[in-house]
Structures are given as structure tokens and as C-alpha cells.
Design a protein around this ligand. Structure first.
Ligand SMILES: NC(=O)c1ccc[n+]([C@@H]2O[C@H](COP(=O)([O-])OP(=O)(O)OC[C@H]3O[C@@H](n4cnc5c(N)ncnc54)[C@H](O)[C@@H]3O)[C@@H](O)[C@H]2O)c1
Length: 425
């Protein structure tokens, strides 16, 4: 298909969906033909920001929308996905709803044989994950899962080092993700099992995929622990920091955090109380995975790291050296939420090199999200849609394997037992 033939619709036009639509529309004018959401509030607010009529709240997928026509807001809008898919001439669908609706939307698109650009995770229940995989395994059209970090230049370089044998054969991985904006996950719909599954599926899924990509092996089994020690409680579900009488005294108030720690204020729809009753997901988790070839991987994530405590990445230990991958090497985020400086690094020390010798690489991502993966992943999707090859395929298989690791980790927590990953590839 030629770029000009792309007719894209979005289901779930929130922060991610709207960002994706704007990128495609800017790159290929008139490629976005319609969108569907149960409620277009986020779409309208995000667009207001882009069109200079309000604060820019675009989030993770913020674009340079300088050429965007004001008429973009008049796109055909539907609240029912079937109605949109039946009425509009569409060949490609961005699925960006909350995670609980991903599987249902994949089924609708597969039924109509459309290209599918699916947000991660592929689904959140065991049966839906298997169902989505069975539908997409041999799907004749394009089907991608949005693992944005795969496109980051530092991720590709790390993978290349392992493939080149720079540290010999991989032996083990020690990986952490300490999330310095972790409270945000507890200030919106992502805080309940029903909507998100858990934070394995919401967050760790990216890191599991990165580990899989870099070491190129399949995971076999998982043992994990998790607990909730920071967030949740007995506050009303609809309470926000704005309406709370503890606005200035609560240590987790967004206003207190901005005052004491220069933490950027989140947009209006991400301000719910982190001590709400409905919160039922763990806020810290640790897993160990056994991979093919006897390789062991440990992974730990936490959601209450301070602003400068954000850490993501790990040590990849090989027979001939160690590669230290740091997604957050250095970064500076202003109190207004702009990442004005940021870079990732790879440091490799090798067994047969003099002690102070090392390979040291820096990858600048200032001003770009997902460590500079966002735009490269969009380009990769465009390449696939137009029949070209790309290093960043973001396949359904990658989405399936990572989701199965998440399920196995949670099952291990729930059962207290070592859990087989049981991939049906
Ligand atoms: N790849 C990444 O790096 C990345 C980053 C952030 C979010 N995400 C994923 O993107 C998805 C959306 O997250 P978000 O932060 O944009 O959330 P959001 O709340 O901003 O947007 C979700 C939108 O989906 C809509 N929606 C929910 N159910 C629907 C349904 N049945 N039909 C139509 N619309 C429906 C909601 O009304 C909302 O507007 C999630 O699956 C999340 O995991 C991925």
C-alpha cells in the first residue's frame, strides 16, 4: 500500500490515541479519517492544547503539531466502534482504549481484515491473551504491538552488542525499573485490576520485551513476589487533590509534591487521590525468570521513586564482560513537565581488557519520549504498512510473549509457586 492510500481510524482517543493520530496526520495529511471513544473529553482537551487554546496535556506521545489544521477536531466521531468500522472507508486501526477493551477491539478489526496498530498489552486476562494471539499469529495484514522502547537507539545498540558477542554469551540479567512518576498510575483508571490487570501488564511488559529483544531467548518459568505498601486506602474513589481538604498537608498531594519537590503538576484527569478505596493492584513487584540456555533474569519495579531516583535498565552479564544499560543516565525535567535534557547510556567492561578500559556510549533523547523510541516506532509502523522492512517490527508474537511473562509472574504471586510460562507459539 502507498502512504497516500492509508485510511486510519482510532479506537480510544485518549492521550496515546490522540498522539498517534496526530503523528500520522502530520506525516501523511488526511490519513486519519475517523475516531471512536466512549467520551471525547481527552481528545478535545489534548487538541485544545495543540491548537493553542489551553494547556498542552498531550502526555507521552506529545507531537510537534505546528501544521495541524484546526478542522482536525471535526473528524467523524463515533461512540460505537462497530458503527465506525462499518460506516467509514478504513484500512488501518489504532487500538488505544484502556487495556480492558483491547481484546474486544482486536476481534472487531480481525473480523474486517484491517491492519491493526495495537497498544500494549495485547490483552489483560489469560483467555483474552490466548485469543488475541490465536487471531494475530498468522494474520495476513499488519499487526503491531506498541513497544515504544524497542525503537530507542539505545535499545537497538544494546541488542547489537549482544548479537556481536561484545560480552560473549549471555549468562544472566539484573534489571530494575524505579518509576519516578509512579504515583500517576494510581491517579487514574490504571489503578484497578479490572481495567489494567496489574502493573506487570502496564509497565513491566515494556522491560520484559526489551530483555527478550536484547538477549534473543525465550522465557520458560517465573517466580515472583508483590505487595502494595504505598498506595490505596479508604478515601473516596472520585476524590481529587483539587477537591481535598488535605490539599496542602497530605504528603502525596500533587500540590505538596510540586511545592516541596518541584514535581510537575499532572493534567486534570490524572489527579485522583492515591489513597482511594478501589485501588487493588500491587505497587512493588519482583520476579525471577528462567530462560532457555540456563540464563537467569531478575526484575524489580517500584512506583514511588523520587524525581531524581528514576532508574530503568540493568546489567547484562556475559561470559566475557558486563553491559550496563541505563535508560535514565541523566535527565532534567522542569517543574512544568518539559524534559529539557536527557540521555541513556551503555557501559561495557570486558574480561580481557585492562581495568580502566571500557566502551561508553551516550544516546541523547532530550525532547523525545520513550528514550527517543516514539517517533522511530511510528516510522517502523509506517514502513510495515507500506510494505518495507524495518528493524523494529513490534510483532504480535513479542506482545504475546511479554504478556505471558506478566501473567506467569502474577500467577506466581497469587499461588506462591513457581509458574511455567507455557508459550503456545
Ligand atoms: N506504548 C506506550 O508506551 C504507552 C504509553 C501510555 C499508554 N499506553 C497504552 O495506551 C492505552 C491507552 O492509555 P492512555 O494513557 O492513552 O489512556 P487514556 O485514559 O488517556 O485514553 C484511553 C481512552 O480510551 C477510551 N475508551 C475506553 N474504553 C473504550 C471503549 N470500549 N471504546 C472506545 N473508547 C474507549 C477512554 O474513554 C479514553 O479516552 C493503554 O492500553 C495503555 O497501556 C501505552
Amino acid at each position: 500500500m502507498k502512504e497516500q492510500e492509508l485510511k486510519i481510524a482510532c479506537i480510544g482517543a485518549g492521550n496515546s490515541g490522540t498522539g498517534h493520530m496526530i503523528w500520522f496526520e502530520q506525516r501523511i495529511p488526511n490519513s486519519i479519517v475517523a475516531f471512536c471513544d466512549l467520551d471525547r473529553t481527552i481528545f478535545d482537551k489534548v487538541l485544545d492544547g495543540y491548537l493553542g487554546k489551553g494547556k498542552n496535556i498531550a502526555g507521552d506521545f506529545k507531537q510537534d503539531a505546528s501544521g495541524l489544521a484546526a478542522s482536525f477536531r471535526d473528524l467523524p466521531f463515533y461512540t460505537d466502534a462497530d458503527e465506525m468500522l462499518d460506516n467509514e472507508a478504513i484500512n488501518t486501526v489504532l487500538i488505544c482504549t484502556s487495556c480492558d477493551a483491547h481484546a474486544e477491539m482486536v476481534r472487531k478489526c480481525v473480523k474486517r481484515n484491517l491492519n491493526i496498530l495495537l497498544e500494549k498489552p495485547i490483552a489483560i486476562t489469560a483467555s483474552d491473551i490466548e485469543n488475541v494471539w490465536s487471531l494475530l499469529k498468522d494474520y495476513p495484514k499488519v499487526a503491531t504491538v506498541n513497544f515504544t522502547m524497542r525503537g530507542a537507539p539505545v535499545s537497538l545498540a544494546a541488542k547489537q552488542h549482544i548479537q556481536n558477542g561484545t560480552i560473549g554469551k549471555i549468562v544472566s540479567v539484573q534489571y530494575v525499573n524505579n518509576v519516578h512518576y509512579g504515583d500517576v498510575y494510581f491517579r487514574n483508571w490504571m489503578r484497578t485490576r479490572q481495567r489494567v490487570g496489574d502493573l506487570w501488564l502496564q509497565k513491566a511488559t515494556h522491560d520484559f520485551d526489551i530483555i527478550n529483544s536484547i538477549i534473543g531467548l525465550e522465557p520458560l518459568s517465573a517466580a515472583a513476589f508483590g505487595s502494595r505498601l504505598i498506595y490505596g486506602g479508604d478515601m473516596p474513589n472520585d476524590l481529587t487533590c483539587d477537591d481535598c481538604d488535605k490539599k496542602w498537608s497530605c504528603p502525596m498531594s500533587i500540590y505538596r509534591l510540586q511545592f516541596d519537590a518541584a514535581k510537575p503538576l499532572p493534567p486534570q484527569h490524572l489527579r485522583q487521590c492515591v489513597y482511594a478505596k478501589e485501588i487493588d493492584i500491587d505497587d512493588n513487584q519482583t520476579a525471577i525468570f528462567k530462560y532457555q540456555n540456563g540464563v537467569n533474569v531478575s526484575y524489580s519495579q517500584s512506583f514511588n521513586a523520587p524525581q531524581q531516583g528514576g532508574q530503568r535498565g540493568g546489567y547484562f552479564i556475559g561470559t566475557e564482560g558486563i553491559m550496563h544499560l541505563k535508560y535514565y543516565n541523566e535527565f532534567v525535567e522542569t517543574p512544568q513537565g518539559q524534559m529539557i535534557a536527557g540521555n541513556s547510556s551503555i557501559e561495557i567492561t570486558r574480561y580481557h581488557q585492562k581495568p580502566a578500559s571500557r566502551i561508553h556510549e551516550i544516546y541523547d533523547w532530550a525532547g523525545h519520549s520513550h528514550f527517543d523510541g516514539t517517533e522511530y516506532v511510528y516510522e517502523a509502523k509506517l514502513a510495515l504498512l507500506t510494505g518495507q522492512d524495518t528493524k523494529v517490527k513490534n510483532t504480535a508474537k513479542e506482545g504475546y510473549i511479554s504478556a505471558k511473562m506478566c501473567l506467569a509472574a502474577q500467577k506466581s504471586i497469587d499461588s506462591g509457586k513457581l509458574t511455567a510460562i507455557d508459550l503456545k507459539l
